[in-house]
Design a protein around this ligand. Structure first.
Ligand SMILES: [Ca+2]
Ligand SMILES: [Ca+2]
Length: 172
């Protein structure tokens, strides 16, 4: 079994703990928010690093990066929510219209191909350390912050959601 599938398997178990908790506690994703600040996204990047760096060697390698791309997309669709972990509190963004319920096998292959390409473009194959990961996540935030006010809201937040769940062609 390749390291990617191992990473994917562990990532699914790790990420889906929120989905499992949601059956017991409706607040497992955190209170719904309609705006996310740059600072919240930076905190979330810091918090998420440990979950994505599955072998805990301090670097998100290609297999871990591919696994998180697929798992985030799957969960964003299945749960209809994305949690943002600010360290102190958990808040959630709800799915905008047009986000499918599932990732089909063809899409999964496309997400994987995009993730591989992006990994090489962003890191030249060396991987993300904590600092590089936060920088990457903030760059993605800025991509959708069209009015540059350091807050994602309305259509910006919907665009961000569609990108994370790979529900838009702009990822390709
Ligand atoms: Ca690692
Ligand atoms: Ca904005």
């Amino acid at each position: 079994m390749s390291k990617y599938f191992t990473a994917l398997g562990i990532a699914v178990v790790t990420f889906s703990s929120a989905a499992t908790l949601a059956n017991v506690d409706g607040d497992a994703f955190g209170e719904e928010t309609h705006s996310v600040s740059r600072q919240m996204m930076e905190m979330d990047a810091i918090q998420s690093f440990g979950r994505i760096d599955i072998d805990r060697n301090g670097v998100i390698d290609m297999d871990e990066f591919r696994a998180q791309a697929v798992v985030y997309a799957e969960l964003a669709r299945l749960n209809r929510k994305i949690s943002v972990d600010t360290g102190d509190t958990l808040i959630s963004i709800s799915a905008p219209r047009g986000v499918a319920d599932r990732v089909d096998p063809t899409e999964r292959a496309a997400i994987d191909a995009i993730a591989r390409r992006r990994f090489h473009l962003e890191t030249e194959g060396t991987g993300f350390d904590r600092q590089a990961w936060a920088k990457y996540r903030l760059a993605r935030f800025e991509e959708f912050d069209n009015n540059d006010d350091d807050i994602l809201s309305g259509a910006e937040l919907a665009g961000f959601y569609r990108a994370v769940s790979f529900s838009t062609s702009s990822n390709i």
